[in-house]
Ligand binder design. Sequence first.
Ligand SMILES: *[C@@H]1O[C@H](CO)[C@@H](O)[C@H](O)[C@H]1NC(C)=O
Ligand SMILES: *[C@@H]1O[C@H](CO)[C@@H](O)[C@H](O)[C@H]1NC(C)=O
Ligand SMILES: *[C@@H]1O[C@H](CO)[C@@H](O)[C@H](O)[C@H]1NC(C)=O
Length: 340
Amino acid sequence: MSTLHAGTSSPGTGIFVINKQRILILVSLILTWSFALMLPRYKAPVLEYGKEKYNDYIEHLPAVKVDWHPKYDPKSQFNASKVALMIEARPIPHLVPQILHMISVVPPDWRFMFIGSNKSVISVSRSFATQYQEANGKLDLMVLPKPWSIDSKEDVYRLLTDLRFYDEFLPEVEWLLKFESDSIMCARSDDSLNDWLHYSWAGAPRSATDRFAGNGGLSLRRMTAVRQILNFQARYNDTEPEDEWFGKRLTVLPGAKVASGAQEDHFSVEGVWHDKPMGYHVQADLAEDVWKDPRRRKGNFEYCPELAMIMDMKLERERCEGDNKEGEIVGEKKKKPAKI
Ligand SMILES: *[C@@H]1O[C@H](CO)[C@@H](O)[C@H](O)[C@H]1NC(C)=O
Ligand SMILES: *[C@@H]1O[C@H](CO)[C@@H](O)[C@H](O)[C@H]1NC(C)=O
Ligand SMILES: *[C@@H]1O[C@H](CO)[C@@H](O)[C@H](O)[C@H]1NC(C)=O
């Protein structure tokens, strides 16, 4: 009996006395600290601005990394054959909200890929929301290695007409939605992008009777058809834009199904107005048929308010006096070009 009492029942012998409570506290402290040491620690990048620091910075991009299940690939929740692609070298301020909006309206089984310059990729990856989409396997941000280049439109045309690009960066893809900084899909559209998968190519018609609704600014392309063409044809450098080049070949490709302007006029609206399209491609030089008439314009914005995200706009009260809302000043003889 006396030995049992030796440690626990002698009062007043100071802090070195070992009892159950103290052992528990010690053990829990050791556990807490060893857990803390095991956790990955986040080191904030040192932000130093200036051109020469950019390259350094891109390697220290803060990124959300969720590694609780190292064997689970978050990309596997999406369909690898469907990718929405944006190529943009300029760090335009609306890229982040636009990409997030597109992620919310494109059917959930699609993945997204953003190909940019160092600057535009940094500007997109600074947002916590895009970091989350990256960690979740939904979005890839990429700067193409040399000798690929996206500095000019011609560079991008060359890229998109080069089979090696698809083999290297989009090997598993069958459906490619290409969108640009001036295109948007509307949340209120009754169409789903997945309703259009049987087309080899669908885009915006250039005229009401266009045989090929193929404008590439917001377009769905099937890689089978694209590869078929690139396997036996090559685009000459510094010639027509890639969408026109593909269009000429797709319309005569046996078995290819292209949307024509007359039947399938509401995939995307660009130069020819249509009620409730799935999306818009808005070029800087606004198309009169779509944007000149003030009621039609109002209707477009009511149907697709997210257009405001990608368009340069002024407030109504900033209008000039006598402005007839169609780009002309009433009373002035000379007709001004349509600017809305
Ligand atoms: C972009 O960053 C990479 C890696 O930091 C660097 O090698 C490359 O030269 C940069 N490109 C440009 C155009 O600055
Ligand atoms: C991907 O989508 C296509 C077209 O909707 C479908 O046929 C295919 O089965 C899907 N793949 C997977 C792995 O779900
Ligand atoms: C077209 O330009 C690429 C570089 O982007 C070059 O490698 C290729 O040789 C050029 N093709 C012709 C036919 O000049």
